[in-house]
Design a protein around this ligand. Structure first.
Ligand code: LLP
Length: 422
């Protein structure tokens, strides 16, 4: 459920017509709906009611400070994976004691920043990282609260590029060694292990992979405790899939996920941490783009639009499906055509969809690429010297530009010439 619906024939974000935003800020642009963000957060929180849970919004999915702040106002914490994301979460007003710092390659500088900020917990993914954190904590004269990220070696059955919980993936400590590493951490100076963490992948279309992972985590808690080691918190990561418009079957949602979590962990008496990203932000955002040309090719019709793979990379990177809709509601009896919707970048991979049936289009029309609120703007690049597009946040009948367009001049300004070329 989202808040991008037609009203009087015009696609709106809540009560604001997207065509009006386009006139104001130009295209392309991302637009997010406050009501959808809030709804998704509340549904997720509701599904976990009864647990002692902190919901740490995964900032990597959408790191706009206004988006994080919207969620923080509802009580959300943040899952961050870099010093940059940590800064954003703090700027958005997330309390440090609700921030979890994850990530496979945190540098000593980033670890020190996190310790100085007083984050809730740092999730450790390797022994060298554990040793580095111990050194940093000793230098600062503090104790680092850590979760040990365990790699449970299960197949999340999602896209190969976003599966993270198999033995061959770079993430976490092999579950077979986790006990030994946890015990080692407990004996290390400056380190206080409080629990375990896991994240097996993203865009999970079924919940069964969680069963195996949860079982391994549960077993581990039991053996650690039997050894006299305290396990007070469990961080179950993110990963719930969302509908992009191409799934035949309805996907399991937060309610079913919550049931599973409660069945597995209610009796352990642990504080629980969750790191949802996509399920909160995905359907809360769209990318609006304008048709530059309609090109009738020998075998295909192309809609060449002003957004490209640098603005939304998911279709080219993962062959991801995103619904594309017209911003003017098609009337009954309007003709459709089959189009490839493509951007202006000089690569065939710069394609949003192939052979998609859409209402007949003309140059100048506006289209919306749906479900672009997660892993959209955050993954943008400036390839082809295309500057970054603005982000707009809507709330009811109001909207605000929450990240201005990065102009080409801004990009050129950060370059300088060596003396021998001046
Ligand atoms: N926690 C950890 C440790 C993660 O690595 C991730 C995502 C999350 C939480 C949030 O997962 P979510 O709830 O959003 O599934 N760029 C890809 C997705 C990469 C996900 C990376 N990790 C895409 O566009 O599909």
């Amino acid at each position: 459920m989202d808040h991008f619906q037609y009203q009087g024939g015009r696609l709106c974000a809540e009560d604001v017509a997207l065509a009006d935003i386009a006139d104001d800020v130009g295209t392309p642009f991302y637009v997010y709906s406050t009501a959808t963000l809030e709804r998704h957060y509340n549904v997720f929180a509701e599904a976990l009611s009864g647990l002692d849970a902190t919901i740490c919004f995964s900032v990597k999915s959408n790191s706009n400070i206004a988006v994080i702040r919207t969620l923080a106002n509802l009580g959300a914490g943040a899952d961050v994976v870099s010093g940059g994301e940590l800064k954003r979460a703090l700027m958005a007003g997330v309390a440090p004691e609700k921030i979890v710092f994850s990530g496979v390659g945190k540098t000593a500088l980033e670890l020190a920043d996190a310790l100085r900020a007083g984050v809730m917990q740092i999730n450790i993914e390797s022994e060298p990282e554990l040793e580095a954190l111990s050194r940093v904590a000793m230098e600062l004269g503090v104790e680092a609260t850590i979760g040990l990220r365990v790699n449970p070696d299960v197949d999340a059955r999602t896209h190969a590029k976003i599966t993270t919980g198999r033995g061959e993936n770079k993430f976490g400590i092999e579950w077979t060694r986790a006990h030994e590493v946890y015990a080692r951490a407990a004996a290390m100076p400056g380190i206080n292990p409080v629990g375990l963490a896991m994240h097996i992948g993203s865009q999970l279309g079924e919940l069964s992979p969680f069963d195996d992972a949860f079982m391994r985590i549960k077993d581990l808690v039991a053996t650690l405790r039997a050894d006299g080691l305290a396990v007070e918190s469990l961080d179950l990561g993110g990963g719930l899939g969302i509908p992009y418009g191409d799934q035949a079957e309805p996907l399991p949602g937060p309610a079913q996920y919550g049931e599973k979590v409660k069945a597995a962990f209610s009796d352990l008496g642990c504080r629980m941490i969750f790191e949802p990203g996509r399920v909160i932000a995905g359907n809360a955002g769209i990318l609006v783009t304008r048709v530059i040309y309609v090109k009738e090719g020998a075998t295909r019709n192309f809609l060449i639009v002003d957004a490209a793979m640098n603005d939304l990379t998911r279709p080219s990177l993962y062959d991801a499906y995103h619904d594309i809709v017209a911003i003017s509601e098609p009337a009954a009896g309007d003709k459709s055509d089959t189009y490839d919707v493509v951007g202006p970048i000089c690569e065939t991979g710069d394609t949003f969809c192939r052979e998609r049936s859409l209402p007949r289009q003309a140059a100048g029309n506006l289209l919306a690429v749906r479900t672009a609120g997660a892993y959209g703007a955050v993954m943008a690049s400036t390839y082809n010297t295309r500057a970054l597009v603005p982000e707009v946040l809507v709330r009811g009948g109001d909207y605000a530009v929450v990240r201005r367009r990065l102009e080409v001049e801004d990009l050129l300004d950060i370059e300088q010439q060596p003396s021998w070329l001046k």
